[in-house]
Design a protein around this ligand. Structure first.
Ligand SMILES: O=C(O)CCC(=O)C(=O)O
Ligand SMILES: [Fe+2]
Length: 329
């Protein structure tokens, strides 16, 4: 199978790719374990001095957008999680504008300033800052802002708090046409509830297309190039936000061949569905190494009494309940 740079893929790459698509796939099985054993914890980044201050008014009003359900991706009703009579069935929602223009400008500035702290990885995303809210008060306050959480929860259809696993909670991805071209391999996220926000616009770069498979994750292995279920998401505009049921939807970002692309990826937990959280230890450890993953993993798995309150506290977040979701803003 020829690649875009004319080179033929090796047998190992084909094995990793696992499909006939002209784009690599993230490692699974033993190869994933190897990533975990080699993985290093993300660098502790010193707090950014003099960054803009987060303000609740940066959350756009009336955040609503098109929505596709997991049933339309081929998932059966009995496979979907439910709580309080609500089925967690949003596969994809958006694109929507979740921040005001001023909020977006400040966010883009903060993420630009964190770029020197980006680490490289061969697992899924080539260049990224993990746990970015540990270095930025702006990001920390944004993802724990009640208005922001309510907007994301309404988009997803379930109450959400920032994911208490901490290292994957706020990730910034950077793409440039460097050596291997920055890209995101075909993968499913460890996370169930993920929001991706575009901090650059598609006029700023070539390539960098967010592509997903509109089918069940377990049907992806047999997909061939040209399959009509391989779809480009219409989220290239600067400021566009897309919600994804990350663990059930295969997605990838094609290599950036000109210019610069930056995205912010925020991962959430629905506290009422915490026992059915899809993360696996080895998927997480393949990104951050075993030692850094362990304490956060224990924090996720520790028993709870009141999920909304306990997981809100674990994520240092305001509590978001079903009632909050249903009450008028
Ligand atoms: O950068 C993007 O558009 C998506 C990245 C992604 O899927 C991820 O980081 O898991
Ligand atoms: Fe992803």
């Amino acid at each position: 199978m020829p690649r875009s740079n004319g080179r033929m893929t090796t047998a190992r790459e084909r094995h990793q790719a696992g499909t006939a698509l002209d784009h690599p796939r993230s490692a699974t099985g033993l190869e994933q374990l190897r990533h975990a054993l080699r993985g290093r914890p993300p660098r502790r980044v010193p707090p950014l001095p003099g960054e803009p201050r987060w303000c609740s008014g940066f959350v756009a009003r009336d955040v609503r957008g098109p929505r596709v359900s997991l049933r339309e991706f081929g998932y059966a009703g009995h496979e979907l999680n439910r709580s309080h009579g609500v089925v967690d069935d949003t596969a994809l929602a958006g694109p929507v504008r979740i921040l005001t223009p001023q909020g977006l400008d400040h966010l883009a500035e903060v993420c630009d300033r964190l770029e020197p702290a980006a680490g490289t990885s061969r697992f899924i995303t080539t260049r990224r800052v993990r746990g970015a809210d540990r270095a930025s008060a702006f990001l920390y306050n944004m993802v724990r802002d009640r208005a922001f959480l309510l907007a994301c929860s309404r988009l997803a259809g379930v109450p959400l708090v920032p994911h208490p696993l901490r290292l994957p909670t706020v990730q910034i991805n950077y793409f440039e046409p460097s050596d291997g071209h920055d890209l995101v391999k075909w993968h499913t996220d460890g996370m169930d509830h993920v929001l991706t926000l575009q901090l650059t616009g598609e006029e700023d770069y070539d390539g960098g297309r967010f592509t997903y498979f509109r089918g069940r994750a377990d049907a992806f292995a047999s997909v061939r190039a040209g399959d009509p279920r391989l779809v480009e998401a219409p989220c290239g505009e600067r400021g566009a936000a897309l919600f994804l049921h990350g663990s059930r939807v295969f997605h990838a970002v094609t290599p950036v061949t000109r210019g610069r692309r930056v995205t912010l990826v925020v991962s959430f937990l629905c506290p009422y569905l915490a026992r059915r959280d899809s993360n696996t230890f080895w998927h997480l450890a393949a990104d951050d190494g075993i030692a850094a993953t362990l304490p956060h993993w224990l924090r996720l798995k520790w028993p709870v009494r009141d999920p909304a309150v306990d997981f809100g506290l674990r994520a240092a977040s305001p509590v978001i309940t079903w009632e909050d979701l249903w009450d008028a803003p």
